[in-house]
Design a binder for this molecule. Structure first.
Ligand SMILES: [Zn+2]
Length: 205
């Protein structure tokens, strides 16, 4: 059974400071089409549950439509992070290709998500990559940014995206236990853009 790990898109959704707000307005095309429902939506490429393409930080690097779809579908390991230490990595299989970090327990469902979240310290990001046998395809986190709160330089983003390790942000893992899953989190086909909202889901394996 697939389990949703996305957050709901609505005008009340949490938005990373400075990002465009989400809006949804009903549209009436013409009298002939007045009986259909149609909505104009407005949002950022990094609104809600979304992926960061390398172009997010590096203008000349890969965009959403340059990325291989196989990155977003396949085996994944959910790792619970009590603290960002080398010890916590002992549980992570060295062959993991997609890793979701549960660092914020039940915070994603709460209004205080943005105020109190934990991002990935650059030192830990390096330890994580060194722990693995091979470069992973994707790293996700249950925060709206993988960067530590208040960290002005996008160091952790830079470390991952420079190596074309795709970042998945804004997931809710509060109802997910540590372990092995299948992940599906496909981006929209947004030609040459820097990121995309996704519907992310996990299936236990
Ligand atoms: Zn992003």
């Amino acid at each position: 059974m697939w389990i949703d790990i996305s957050i709901s898109m609505s005008e009340a959704m949490p938005i990373y400071p400075g990002d465009p707000r989400f809006s949804a307005k009903p549209v009436k095309i013409s009298e002939i089409n007045s009986r259909v429902n149609l909505t104009e939506i407005s949002l950022g490429t990094h609104t809600g549950t979304h992926i960061d393409a390398p172009k997010h930080v590096f203008s000349e690097k890969k965009t959403v439509t340059d990325l291989d779809l196989n990155v977003f579908i396949g085996p994944c390991y959910v790792l619970e992070i009590s603290e960002f230490s080398k010890d916590v990595l002992k549980k992570l299989p060295k062959k993991a290709k997609r890793i979701l970090l549960k660092a914020n327990s039940d915070l994603p469902g709460k209004e205080t998500w943005l105020e109190g979240y934990k991002g990935v310290p650059p030192k830990f990001a390096e330890l994580l990559l060194n722990h693995l046998d091979e470069k992973p395809l994707l790293i996700g986190i249950d925060a709206l940014s993988i960067e530590e709160k208040g960290h002005k330089v996008l160091e952790t983003h830079g470390l991952f995206l420079s190596q074309e390790i795709i970042i998945l942000e804004g997931i809710n893992l509060s109802h997910i236990n540590e372990g092995n899953y299948q992940l599906a989190a496909l981006p929209l086909k947004l030609e040459s853009l820097d990121g995309s909202p996704v519907r992310a889901a996990l299936k236990r394996i």
